[in-house]
Design a protein around this ligand. Structure first.
Ligand code: MSP
Length: 540
């Protein structure tokens, strides 16, 4: 079976992690979990497993140097400290990653130098002149449009911009334009979602220019932070080029080579151009295979407003923690994964929506349904799974099979919300079935009607078994609570069994006749919409 390699952007360490970073890493985690579930793959790559999830931090940005200085720390110490914060954030979110790359690590730096040398020897990097509008007060170039908009003055200090020329190494991006276009057209899933692909295709109508991939090293410490160009200490490799290579450096070693090309790079719309244009062209220049898909989601906004430092309205880790404390971590993961900005449209982190979705799909959904069914089995069958005749399964095996197939098809195109919805729908079917068959009424007749007990058992078995299947489909988003359910129902999935077999209704891994179903703690307590939102942003 082909390997699966899922990545997230590597995040800048000058900022603290927030909902946006957690969201993309959560997508990668849930895709990884879903893929492992489908394949029955429980091993880590290090033990020979074939699914690899990567996240990490991008540490060579100039702003790392400035923010470190502002905190009286060395850039490396500052990076160490913040990289740890990212790790903690992802651990708190229960995101399972197989490796965490930091661009200041030697294993990364040495490979980047190797790739640059390779590009040089292939003739795709050359030394040229770069000319542009330079903001001396900010030590940065502005694009022609940005300079014009700012009336050729620094947008920060108002000082006049100067026309500056410097020697720079360039990558022959222009050379790969046609090949890239061909690839995008031949592989409809290469850039997702569709709207983002069209955006890239639109921009590719104009000719690509070669891009500078180095920055001059000066006496300014910020200009010295990074990886030097091979054999030329006057130039540092531009941070974006250094960063993009991370996806390759991590697996381009030993038996990890089997993971290239990546299956999907999850990113957001802000960094689409780098991933959908520059990165594939670099790979083509290196003669490497291109990733299967670049999935570029939109942004989280908060209560309808863009999150920004000036508004101070970020959904911070602290806010996320409060949500997890109140509504369970799986409740938080569920909301992010099902209501997040997977499409091209931004998604609103809205407290009322959170409570609505949490109640409808979790508390009143799988939570209520499993406790109702568990209670009835406790009450009418002493908590023991009744032995039933498979002839009474009715349409359930076919319905579960179809749900599993749709789940798998959705995961194949990274549509996590649609995949998870298959679990929700199965739960709804069980609720509908309970309403139609009224087992609690039937239970009242068992003393007088000898056939009633068998019928009741059959109904409850169908409910519980369908809920077991549903729980498997919900597990990539809600792994802890589903594990809790499996433990109390005695159906913890054994490792190494693919989903289709695991979920098969009444199959080898079905609820065992005579097995004990204990009631356990409720999975999700109902939330009160009237209670105030955790971590409400300051009014205004
Ligand atoms: N270091 C670069 C990426 C290099 S990848 C080779 C970078 N870092 S970043 O810290 O700014 O992270 C940007 C990413 O964080 C986005 O692409 C997205 O994954 C995530 N998000 C940041 N803010 C976000 C939202 N408001 N909403 C959703 N995700 C967002 O760019």
């Amino acid at each position: 079976m082909p390997t699966v390699y899922i990545t997230t952007p590597i995040y800048y360490v000058n900022d603290r992690p927030h909902i946006g970073h957690c969201y993309t890493t959560l997508l990668a985690d849930a895709m990884g979990r879903a893929t492992r579930l489908i394949r029955g793959e429980h091993r880590r790559p290090i033990d020979g497993g074939e699914v690899f999830v990567l996240t990490g931090t991008d540490e060579h940005a100039e702003k790392v140097v400035t923010s470190a200085a502002a905190h009286s720390m060395s850039p490396q110490n500052w990076a160490d400290r913040n990289a740890t914060e990212f790790r903690h954030a992802f651990d708190f979110m229960n995101c399972a990653y197989d490796d965490f790359i930091r661009t200041t690590e030697d294993r990364h730096k040495s490979k980047v130098v190797q790739y640059i040398r390779e590009l040089q020897s292939r003739g795709d990097i050359y030394l040229g002149d770069y000319e542009g509008w330079f903001d001396e007060s900010q030590e940065e170039y502005l694009t022609e449009t940005a300079a014009k908009e700012a009336e050729f003055k620094s947008p920060v200090t108002g000082r006049p911009l100067v026309r500056r020329r410097e020697k720079n190494y360039f990558f022959r991006l222009s050379k790969f334009q046609d090949k890239l276009l061909e690839h995008i057209r031949a592989n409809p899933g290469f850039i997702r979602p569709e709207a983002r692909k069209n955006e890239v295709l639109g921009r590719l109508k104009t000719e690509l220019q070669d891009i500078p991939i180095s920055r001059a090293v000066s006496s300014d410490p910020a200009s010295q932070w990074g990886i030097l160009m091979p054999d030329d200490p006057e130039h540092r490799i531009y941070v974006w080029i250094d960063a993009l290579f991370n996806y390759l450096t991590v697996v381009d070693t030993g038996d990890r080579g089997r993971f290239w090309p990546a299956t999907v790079h999850f990113i957001a719309k802000d960094i689409l151009w780098f991933h959908a244009v520059i990165w594939p062209c670099l790979l083509m220049a290196l003669g490497r295979d291109l990733p299967g898909s670049i999935y570029s989601h939109a942004y989280w906004v908060r209560e309808g407003r863009k999150m920004s430092k000036s508004l101070g309205n970020f959904v911070t880790i602290e806010v996320l923690r409060e949500y997890a404390d109140k509504f369970t971590l799986d409740g938080l993961r569920w909301y992010l994964l099902t209501q997040g900005p997977m499409s091209a449209t931004d998604a609103d982190f809205s407290h009322s929506k959170f409570v609505e979705v949490y109640n409808a799909e979790l508390a009143n959904g799988i939570g209520n349904s499993t406790s109702r069914v568990g209670n009835m089995i406790a009450k009418y069958f002493d908590g023991v799974v009744p032995e039933v005749d498979p002839a009474g399964y009715g349409d359930w095996p076919a319905m579960v099979k179809a749900a599993v197939e749709r789940f798998e098809a959705a995961i194949a195109v990274c549509d996590l919300p649609a995949a998870l919805n298959e679990g929700v729908n199965l739960v709804r079917k069980v609720d509908g079935y309970i309403n139609d068959t009224q087992p609690f009424k039937l239970a009242k007749t068992v003393d007088t009607d000898p056939a009633a007990k068998g019928k009741l058992g059959s109904i409850l078995y169908n409910c519980a078994e369908a809920l077991r299947a549903a729980s498997l489909l919900l597990a990539p988003a809600a792994p802890q609570r589903m594990m809790q359910l499996w433990a109390s129902w005695g159906c913890v999935p054994p490792p190494g069994v693919p989903l289709a077999e695991l979920a098969a209704f009444g199959g080898s891994f079905a609820l065992r006749f005579g097995g004990k179903v204990s009631k356990g703690e409720p999975l999700f307590m109902r939330a009160d919409p009237a209670e105030p939102a955790p971590g409400a942003p300051p009014a205004g």
